[in-house]
Design a protein around this ligand. Structure first.
Ligand code: PRX
Length: 655
């Protein structure tokens, strides 16, 4: 199979940072030069400058046994101390660490002094339950401050947390608890989602119920935060209320240091198929790149910014850009419990206005759903506090990028499109605001100190203007250290394809533009071979989203006798368009439009207008299921969908 991916999209807009933004930005062009001159030295310098080491390291990178990397190996560090105590000791205890708003509208502001005090108590509580260095703790929580407190308390005692997204089922929780052999589960009675309490404790009870078949029961206790106020079933001896145990715990707790390579957490990622993999992250290396990218890529100024990353703590984005990175920097983070459309579709914008959020970091799927409901909603709010916008999780279509900049960013805020993965731990490719002239839809350049390339099947770099496979060509501080309990799977999944070169293969397609900058093209599994051309889903979707009527699009390759694969598109139309135009004939217009925009080869054979797209709980489109519909097959496994009813709606609409 050829790895060449044909390039169709032409996008020539470019936005240079304003002189005012550049003058105040943390990042400078000089960072790239320093990193290029001595990559490892650069990371050592960042680790020393940005973090406190209880025991300084003398060795930067040990790559003697690839792909098992060690960074800052002889150093000792306390992640919790870096995120908490040191800010208090530096006199910043009064600074707000977390601004929390619950979905019903309840508010809490937690200062660094208060957060430190809470985490100390929680750490004592964990130790009183026998949890210590190396133990695994599953955290199954709503988006409330106790989730962050639980994570930091684990870090403080050297335990390894495994956060399981609160929207996952009892079965998913069970398999993750079993795989990690967790001794403790921290949960809540429930949390507020879409205007009602969504229960969590019953799922924990189910996950831990007599299993007979499963491995030996490892969970000794379940610690339950009271949030939703629901009645819960109680297993005496096992279940404990958080408020009883934590409130009773002693207030003082010394932050002990652990070796830099001590695992900080496991985070399970399913990829698109298969048994979830427990991605393992370290302490020192992870925190270095987390704090570095918060400071330079997201340009957070801890004294003045109010930073809102909208991701749930159940995802890696919530780990690196809600908890560890911003708190290590001493920044103020926003944490919102609920959904963006509850109780009204302008909730996000209302929160930005209310708290004066200065930096917003969200996902393309959210941006496209805001586009679908229309700009008149954000326009009712004062968004003038915003000075920087970020995007993460999927390729952002150029038109969605433009909408984000114009409607949310008042046509002036820079946008950073940040490419990374659960496995990479922190951002790898992104413009640097204040330095990079941004291009709508492109992640553009590797972060200083990171080396990536786009290569062909033999690992040879493609020329500028061409597409291929995205690889990371040298180890990086926040790289995953392995797959929990399965070193072979770690090697096989990420390192086997280009073993001779030592490249990490990310599973994504990308192209280099004429300037050598990088544009993500989606997962290579989604690439379609149409009449001998390898087309990426991303570019055709972007062409569709560029039409005035389209809010969201998903493209798949369906079996076709003539061409091998044919392009089939599923589109969601903007509400504003539907209120003024009849949908008749629109599919035909869109076919022609794609042909004009990017060429006849990409013209969809079929276009279906639908009201929903199948998405994972983190918002990624599951094209595999749409492929089943396009091929007229029985729809495959839908258990990882956020809303399992969506596929029957789509199948009905297609018929
Ligand atoms: O396909 C890429 C896409 O999301 C994948 C990683 O997903 P996950 O591990 O859930 O992490 C999400 C948070 C980082 C990648 O392999 N992806 C992520 N960010 C981008 C992206 N695709 C294009 N552009 C991005 N900025």
């Amino acid at each position: 199979m050829s790895s060449q991916i044909d390039h169709l999209l032409e996008e020539n807009r470019e936005f240079t940072p304003s002189p005012e933004f550049a003058a105040n930005a943390n990042g400078t062009a000089e960072l790239y030069e320093r990193a290029a001159a001595d990559r490892e030295g650069f990371w050592a310098e960042q680790a020393r400058e940005l973090l406190h080491w209880h025991k300084p390291f003398t060795q930067t990178l040990d790559w003697s046994n690839p792909p098992f990397a060690k960074w800052f190996d002889d150093g000792e560090i306390s992640v919790a101390y870096n995120c908490l105590d040191r800010h208090v000791e530096a006199g910043n205890g009064d600074r707000t660490a977390i601004i929390f708003e619950g979905e019903p509208g309840d508010e809490r502001r937690i200062s660094y002094a208060e957060l430190t005090a809470e985490v100390k108590k929680a750490a004592n509580a964990l130790e009183s339950l026998g949890i210590g260095h190396g133990d695994r703790v599953a955290i199954y929580m709503p988006m409330i401050p106790e989730a962050a407190i639980a994570m930091l308390a684990c870090a403080r005692v050297g335990a390894i947390h495994s956060v399981v997204f609160g929207g996952f089922s009892a079965d998913s929780l069970r398999s993750r608890v079993d795989d990690a052999a967790a001794r403790l589960v921290i949960t809540a009675d429930g949390g507020y989602r879409k205007g009602r309490v969504s229960a969590l404790k019953p799922a924990v009870d189910m996950a831990l119920a007599d299993r007979g078949h499963g491995p030996q029961e490892t969970v000794e206790h379940v610690l339950v935060v009271k949030r939703g106020g629901n009645d819960v079933e109680w297993t005496e001896g096992r279940d404990l209320w958080w408020h009883d145990v934590v409130e009773a715990a002693p207030a003082e707790h010394e932050a002990k240091a652990f070796p830099a390579e001590n695992p900080l957490y496991i985070l399970y990622t399913s990829g698109t198929t298969g048994k979830p993999k427990g991605v393992v992250h370290s302490s020192g290396g992870y925190l270095t790149q987390a704090v570095f990218t918060n400071k330079y890529t997201l340009d957070i100024h801890p004294e003045t910014d109010i930073f809102w990353c909208t991701a749930d703590i159940g995802w890696v984005t919530g780990h690196t850009y809600v908890v560890y990175g911003p708190l290590a920097l001493g920044a103020t983070v926003m944490m919102y419990e609920g959904t963006p459309d509850t109780p009204h579709p302008g909730r996000f914008w209302e929160l930005i206005q209310k708290y004066g959020i200065t930096i917003l970091y969200t996902a393309p799927t959210a941006i496209r759903s805001f586009m679908k409901s229309g700009r008149q909603i954000p326009q009712q709010f004062d968004l003038s506090s915003l000075r920087l916008l970020g995007s993460v999780g999927e390729p952002i279509n150029p038109e969605a990028w433009m909408w984000y900049r114009e409607v949310i960013g008042a046509d002036k805020t820079p946008i950073v499109d940040t490419w990374w993965q659960t496995e990479t731990g922190a951002t790898m490719i992104s413009p640097m605001p204040g330095v990079t002239a941004t291009k709508p839809g492109a992640a553009q350049v590797p972060v200083p100190g990171i080396t990536v390339d786009v290569v062909d099947e033999n690992g040879e770099p493609v020329d500028n203007g061409n597409g291929g496979l995205l690889v990371v060509t040298s180890p990086w501080p926040s790289m995953l250290r392995g797959v929990w309990g399965d070193p072979e799977r770690f090697k096989e999944t990420y390192w086997a394809k280009f073993a001779d070169k030592g490249y990490y293969f990310a599973g994504d397609g990308a192209r280099k533009d004429e300037d050598g900058e990088i544009w993500l093209l989606g997962r290579v599994d989604d690439v379609m071979n149409v009449a001998g051309h390898r087309l990426s889903t991303t570019e055709i979707e972007s062409a569709l989203v560029a039409h005035e009527s389209v809010a969201e699009a998903a493209v798949v390759g369906a079996v076709d006798e003539m061409t091998g694969k044919a392009v089939v598109a599923f589109v969601i139309i903007k509400e504003s368009y539907l209120s003024q135009h009849a949908p008749e004939g629109l599919a035909g217009q869109l076919r022609l439009w794609v042909g004009e925009q990017i060429g006849p080869i990409a013209r969809p054979r079929d276009i279906y207008i639908v009201s929903e797209l199948p998405k994972t709980r983190s918002g990624k489109i599951m094209r595999r299921l749409l492929r089943d519909v396009a091929d007229g097959h029985e729809v495959g496994d839908t258990t990882t969908l956020a809303d399992t009813a969506v596929m029957s709606i789509i199948s009905a609409q297609v018929k």
